[in-house]
Design a protein around this ligand. Structure first.
Ligand code: YXS
Length: 258
């Protein structure tokens, strides 16, 4: 079974999450299939990729698969080679626009994945929550930078510190989403946007996307500061609150961070 479905329509592609029983939680297996789907699209020179969930779901994606987060170990829960990070980098490096088409709720690492798509088109049901504070996860510097490149600092802090969902109206007003369209028009609007982009120069768009990625990532940090950040994060992910946060989620209870 594949955890993503792929389709090519005209000359744009559609990748649909296919793990509804676990609310499209981003497991290593799903990310593997997602990356395979992007490779398939690139081999077929697809000029726009739409990333979506089925229109029948209430949740676009529930984020990182919590059952796969390391606990009671020295492992960084968001290490460079973590499947979520591999999936996000596949989107950022795909040589054409990736548009997130969002019906339903978006959580945690899936919110990071969505804001790393080149555009987000949502409907009034879409909400966005970045949730490390709920689990005790010390989010990683690249993930925090992804949000700082998307919304003002105070909005990013509100999202990280409260872990509360931002609804469609607010998501549009703070710039998380490009457009909110009526639920019944979401697919047609997004697919027509993709068709329009496919008529533009794919070479020009590819080189502008790659430049934007490189420039947005250009964030001077000296090696000592990097080591300081890693020390700070290590103390948290090896600490009790993170392990309690993951345990509580898996035991379906409220964590006790006091
Ligand atoms: O009990 P079963 O086996 O049926 O499985 C349940 C849930 O355990 C499972 N599930 C997940 N499994 C692993 N990782 C997840 N993130 C996850 N989310 C859900 O899916 C089955 C159905 O879930 P259920 O009964 O709760 O569905 P629902 O329709 O009542 O509620 C849907 C949600 C999305 C509102 C609810 O499942 C939920 O709140 N999920 C957790 C959302 C979340 O906090 N995600 C953050 C994951 S951690 C992450 O992404 C980063 C590491 S960080 O924390 O740094 O942001």
């Amino acid at each position: 079974m594949s955890y993503t479905q792929t389709e090519i329509i005209d000359n744009f592609g559609v990748i649909t999450f296919n793990r509804e029983d676990k609310r499209n939680a981003l497991s290593a297996a799903l990310i593997h299939d997602l990356i395979e789907s992007f490779d398939f699209m690139e081999r077929n020179k697809v000029r726009v990729v739409i990333l979506r969930a089925s229109s029948r779901v209430k949740c676009w994606s529930a984020g990182h698969d919590v059952s796969e987060l390391p606990t009671n170990s020295t492992a960084d829960p968001l290490r460079y080679s973590d499947p979520l990070e591999l999936g996000i980098r596949a989107i950022r490096k795909y040589p054409a626009p990736v548009i997130a088409m969002i019906h339903g709720t978006v959580w945690g690492g899936a919110c990071d994945m969505a804001v790393n798509c080149d555009m987000i088109i949502g409907d009034p049901t879409c909400t966005f929550a970045i949730t490390p504070a709920k689990l005790g996860v010390p989010y990683n510097p690249s993930g925090i930078l992804h949000f700082l490149n998307r919304v003002p600092l105070n909005i990013a802090k509100e999202m990280f510190f409260t872990a509360l969902p931002i609804d469609a109206v607010r998501a549009e007003s703070v710039g998380i989403v490009n457009h909110i369209v009526p639920e019944a028009e979401l697919e047609a609007y997004t697919y027509n946007l993709a068709r329009h982009i496919c008529q533009q120069s794919s070479e020009s768009i590819a080189v502008m996307k790659e430049q934007a990625r490189i420039i947005a990532d250009s964030f001077p940090i000296n090696p000592e500061t990097w080591e300081y950040i890693q020390e700070l994060r290590r103390k948290v992910y090896q600490g009790e609150q993170y392990n309690e946060g993951v345990r509580a989620f898996l035991q379906k209870r409220v964590p006790n961070f006091v």
